[in-house]
Design a protein around this ligand. Structure first.
Ligand SMILES: [Zn+2]
Length: 412
């Protein structure tokens, strides 16, 4: 049999994604499956069952990363790795992360049913806490594995209720024994939805990102003085929320001021005491700054710091800005990126060279071994929302590209 003619099973891929979407699905058709929740546990259980069904060697490491290994003929050669994440945003979509895990699973299922042997071991992975919504920063599982973060620091990260990552990992039964430590990787492919509008706009099917924008995350605390909303005159207030509102606007104006392809976002805010008739005395909000240019990103953050200080002074509201995550822009392995483009063309799909605005586990794995990603169009360019969608034809096309990229790298 000529393996070049083999294709993945699009129908099976679709039903796998639909089955996963039952776990933590929202009435609006989206997903609410935050890392290390009961829903995450159920999705993991199902994933592990699927790995067992195709007889993969399963390993769970101390960060809860789940690996399924299909041994190659030369088990001592560096392996080929592929996967993504099963956790989602609150009210996120059915495809972000999930497509990369199920796409790799589908590729391994096809290898299994065709009794295909590869020279190198092929391993599928589900990385823990990619989204970073419940436990920040994002990509904690792959970050510890790649040696970027300390394991015990990751265990100590807390959600807004004060629950610790390590305790929650233990609670759902996914604190494995294998050390969360990198090993030699011959090639890592992460299949993912684009999460932006580019592919749809230009009518291309497969995106081959040359890398990922650098990202900086801050937590900002603004302090004011709580007081009765009625008797306190307007000129005698230190309103933390009003100061924060001004700061939010400065964040939005920052990319226009700095230029380049920078984007900046405030996506989360907590106001205290959050009462109709009390002047707010404590506000926390997040800042997310991204750019291909790492220096510009740093200069942008310094500019914000200056502007926040001026607002703070004028309104008598002390401000504290804490850097909690800084990742440089990622340049993927050019020969693997070319492999994605070439494979797409050989399979008859249009392809497009681009960059990724979203962060991915691929950024950390790229520090360990050669890495590339495969993108497919997001309908309307929407992601991290319930209406996030990708056509089943595109899901299938991307999985075929992944399957053939994996085969080529595994047989080198
Ligand atoms: Zn993702």
């Amino acid at each position: 049999m000529n393996f070049r003619d083999l294709r993945i099973n699009g129908q099976r891929l679709k039903s796998t994604i639909e089955e996963l979407a039952q776990i933590g699905g929202t009435p609006g058709g989206g997903m609410h499956r935050l890392a290390l929740t009961d829903a995450d546990q159920k999705a993991r259980d199902l994933f592990v069952r699927w790995l067992g069904e195709i007889h993969l060697e399963i390993t769970i490491d101390e960060m809860g990363n789940i690996f399924g290994r299909k041994p190659g003929e030369k088990v001592d050669l560096p392996m080929v790795l592929s996967g993504s994440h099963l956790d989602t945003q609150p009210f996120g979509g059915r495809f972000d992360g999930i497509l990369g895990v199920t796409g790799a699973l589908e590729a391994l299922r096809v290898m299994r049913e065709n009794r295909m042997e590869t020279r190198r071991t092929v391993t599928i992975v589900n990385w823990t806490d990619e989204e970073g919504t419940r436990f920040s920063p994002a990509m904690l599982g792959s970050g510890v594995w790649a040696g970027r973060f300390d394991r015990d620091w990751a265990y100590s990260r807390q959600d807004v209720q004060g629950k610790k990552f390590g305790e929650e990992l233990e609670r759902i039964g996914y604190r494995g024994r294998a050390p969360a430590r990198k090993w030699p990787v011959h090639a890592y492919f992460e299949y993912h939805i684009e999460q932006g509008p580019v592919l749809e706009r230009i009518g291309k099917r497969i995106g081959a990102p040359k890398g990922i924008l650098g990202i900086r995350w801050y937590d900002v605390w603004v302090e004011g003085k709580a007081n009765q909303a009625g008797p306190t005159p307007m000129d005698a207030r230190n309103d933390a929320l009003v100061a924060a509102a001004e700061m939010v606007l400065r964040v939005n104006e920052l990319p226009g001021k700095m230029g380049g392809n920078m984007v900046a976002t405030v996506g989360e805010i907590q106001n205290s005491p959050n009462s109709r008739n009390i002047i707010p005395d404590r506000v926390r909000f997040t800042v997310d700054i991204r750019s291909w240019d790492d220096n510009l990103k740093k200069e942008g953050a310094e500019e914000l710091e200056k502007e926040f200080a001026a607002i703070s002074k004028r309104r008598g509201c002390p401000v504290r800005m804490e850097l909690i995550w800084d990742i440089r822009h990622t340049v993927f392995d050019p020969s693997l990126v070319r492999r994605v483009e070439k494979t797409a063309r050989e399979l008859g799909y249009s392809d497009h060279s681009m960059v990724s605005g979203a962060g991915h586990d691929a950024a950390y794995v790229n520090e360990v071994g050669p890495t590339a990603m495969i993108f497919v169009p997001s309908i309307g360019g929407r992601s991290h929302v319930e209406v996030e969608n990708t056509s089943w034809e595109d899901c299938e096309a991307g999985a075929n590209v992944l399957f053939h990229c994996l085969l080529q790298s595994a047989n080198e």
